[in-house]
Design a protein around this ligand. Structure first.
Ligand code: SF4
Length: 215
């Protein structure tokens, strides 16, 4: 896959961040900051079910099915992007092609942040093994459907830019303001973030005082 992003620090200069944080960052930059800077990992129905789904894919090892080697929970990293994580599955085909497969909770549907997370996995594998990975797949657990994701323009550039922006946001040491949006309704950090209150500093202070007085 080809990308045109060039403004990268040298390998080794970037702090290595969890690759899954890229998905959070594209969902909401404040969510990524709350998770990493503040260490919040609050769970809701979606994240608990998601963790159960990933637990099955987290048993590392490999097996061969119909001539394809399936590597489970393969550790991956990219010095260039400053990311590391695990691939749920990497398929290794007999002609040498590698195909990352990510398990997602829920029915078949397309989310840009899921595609970027998968693309980042492919960029890591390309850097690690010096190969080219043109596509990957997302397996939607609820519908048991597999969706192919082709890593053509602009996805690789958008993925690299998102990784760069994530590093820049954390480097700036500024917590993004909460902006209420439809995605907040399903966010596991809703109760911590208080997006209806914290976008207005005066209201946020009042909520904080009320929370203190109710202790
Ligand atoms: S509640 Fe909304 S603003 Fe707050 S972290 Fe979640 S998505 Fe972002």
């Amino acid at each position: 896959m080809k990308s045109e992003t060039t403004n990268w620090k040298s390998p080794g200069e970037l702090e290595v961040l969890p690759l899954s944080l890229l998905n959070d960052f594209l969902y909401c930059s404040r969510r990524a900051a709350l998770k990493l800077v503040e260490g919040w990992r609050s769970a809701n129905e979606h994240t608990v079910r998601g963790t159960i789904v990933h637990d099955h894919a987290d048993l590392s090892g490999y097996e061969v099915v119909k001539g394809v080697t399936l590597h489970r929970a393969l550790p991956i990293w990219s010095e260039r992007l400053g990311l590391s994580g695990k691939c749920d599955i990497v398929e290794q085909w007999s002609h040498g092609a590698l195909v990352p497969v990510e398990f997602k909770l829920g029915r078949r549907r397309e989310w840009d942040n899921d595609n970027a997370q998968l693309c980042a996995q492919a960029l890591c594998l390309e850097e690690m093994f010096g190969c080219e990975i043109p596509s990957g797949a997302i397996f939607h657990v609820a519908s048991k459907r597999r969706r192919e994701v082709v890593f053509d323009a602009p996805l690789p550039n958008k993925t690299e830019e998102a990784a760069s922006s994530l590093h820049a946001m954390l480097g700036a040491k500024q917590m993004p303001l909460a902006v209420f949006k439809p995605a907040c309704e399903e966010c596991s950090l809703y109760e911590i973030c208080l997006p209806r209150g914290t976008k207005d500093p005066q209201r946020a202070n009042r909520l904080a005082r009320e929370a203190l007085m109710s202790d």
